[in-house]
Design a protein around this ligand. Sequence first.
Ligand SMILES: *Cc1c(COP(=O)(O)O)cnc(C)c1O
Length: 422
Amino acid sequence: MTDLFTDDYAASADAADPLQRFRAQFHMPRFGDVEQAYFVGNSLGLQPRGARAQVEDVLDKWAMEAVEGHFRGNSQWMTYHSLLSTQLAEVVGALPDEVIAMNSLTANLHFLMVGFYRPSAERPAILMEAGAFPSDRYALESQVRFHGFDPATDLIEVQPGADGLFGMDAIAAAIDQHGHRLALVLWPGVQYRTGEAFDLAEITRLGHAAGAVVGFDLAHAVGNLPLQLHDSNADFAVWCHYKYLNSGPGAVAGAFVHARHATTDRPRFAGWWGHDQATRFQMGPDFQPTPGADGWQLSNPPILGLAPLRASLDLFTEAGMPALRAKSEILTGYLETLIRSQLDDVLDIVTPADRARRGAQLSLRVRGGREQGRALFEDLAANGVLGDWREPDVIRISPAPLYNSHADVLRFVRAVARWRDA
Ligand SMILES: *Cc1c(COP(=O)(O)O)cnc(C)c1O
């Protein structure tokens, strides 16, 4: 068998990578004279080299055309968000009218819950995962309270198994047990701490069968896994664009509203940018929503904030999610193989071994507990290998298929081995 733990192997695998050219499209953070081995694209994706030009285009247009920039040229600001929708829809497996780039992630969760979380005395509850990203839990808990219900009974948190993972069985059992009381199932596409990926279509099927609305937080799934949001039949979804979508700190976020809700009369918090585009500037007093996801917008969007997303989406369009996923499976598989063969005495892999149940990220528990974990994490950073730390004892390593390489993975494994052997 080929020795995978060699520079030769990593170099030949990188040479055979059909997406190799995309790395040069990004600014790789520096570590002294060399590039950092950056594994934190699940937290803040790297800057596409094209982002600056997109931002400068907006600045130039503003400088030269001022208010008329709204109405002039292909990238006019009036329709700027719809430039993005076609490409974004491709990334998440939706129809262009089903997606919109707007607001921020937690804001979108709240705004969509205005329409899609309609609790009643018989069905007041939300089902979510225990150990969720705090912002999601805060949002859901505050929504339950806002409607006059009690999170102690009406925010139902499914507990993971002893291995920290859920699996479909636990989710199915929870929906079965609580189904008659559920107004909403809100589930992640990929769990941020463990990297466990979920079958959105199956969760939707189970939630709907129980009579609940089903929504997803796809913060860690978008740009990571090929999604089929339309076919999943989910009612709605929200995500951010600064993780795998590489659109910059605090980038404008995304939302999906299934086509069957395009002209819903569910309540919503309205704003003028959600008003029918044909009559928006008649400035009439009555709100008539644009059909589809566009109708959930409130304000005219921050064009400067959207500009980097254009640069990023161009790269996703060019690479294509199937090719990205194919590389991602190989790259994360390489990381897994080397950890199992070289670092078995240092790291336990929390993320499922089944490739269908994970994306790019592996969550690694350091043997010896929190102090050892912190020591390793800091030693890695001091040697130009950047992962991230999740209390109490997890290091997350996420090889992003657009820009990470086998050579990066090798550097990580060598750095851990050096720390162990020191
Ligand atoms: C990254 C992330 C967030 C961050 O929320 P913002 O509103 O973008 O600050 C929220 N939820 C999940 C699951 C995340 O992964």
